[in-house]
Ligand binder design. Sequence first.
Ligand code: SF4
Length: 298
Amino acid sequence: MFTENEKLSLIISREDAFSSRYFDYQKSDKYIYYNKNNEQIEIGVYTHYLNGISTDIAIDLSTMIGCPMQCLFCQSGCVKYERNLSSDEISAIAKIIIKKHADNNTKQITCSLQGIGEPSLIPETVIDLYQQLFNYDKRIKYSISTIGASIEGLNTIIKSGIEIENLQITKCGTTNLFERKLTPNGISINKLLDFIKEVIKRQNIKKVKLNYILIKGKTDRKEDLQNLITVFNNKGITIKISYLNKTECSTKHGLLPTSYNEAILFSEELQENGIDSYVFGSFKNIAMSCGQLVTKKN
Ligand code: SF4
């Protein structure tokens, strides 16, 4: 399957109870794929279970080697950006992982652009990759996670008509002070509302979610809650409340997670104010979730 210099290394494998609307237990595998030039590309593979029954496999695919976006909480933001991957490269890696993890009992394979990189910057790659994966296995659902760095790029992807199971926009903070600091290249909350109003009308986007990361004293304040309610109540968006995974980068910047109980209260208050919301995460550091997909080069 590999040429002489390529290899796939499994570096973490673990199982954890999970808070999510769709599953309650997750088996997680973290791989590094070394290409023939010895570049490292990370992949997360998650098998989800609900009440002991496997529901799907989700593969977090990286789209870049390093990330130029420099989100303060994300380990990928702390490493040097090197280059974008091509759709052929990403597709070849996805196929290797699918062969390894999926069998005849697998009902759904979610290929999610949620690894290292920002998909809105590479719309042509995202569109071409969808075609390659969809032609490979009809069980594949395609999801995109973005900080909304390029609205033009996102519009190109959406208007291409490709079927997107889940378009997730990550936000960290609701006030200029924190959103510009924590995600310096991300979309502002007000621009995001205009974008969402257009996106939810599109037939090819099944779910639109705001992935809101709670950080103690910075994004979980009463002011943030009120801003989210003011902007998003009755707008047809789901707000997923996510746990801040501890990384070298988040530690360096003194960013701490909000507790599970506080996350539940935050989410409940959104629900009471007309916003669909749920809490997501293992609420412990599993060293391979969103933002943790970087392993130091050896
Ligand atoms: S959160 Fe996404 S866009 Fe931001 S630095 Fe990490 S990989 Fe890049």
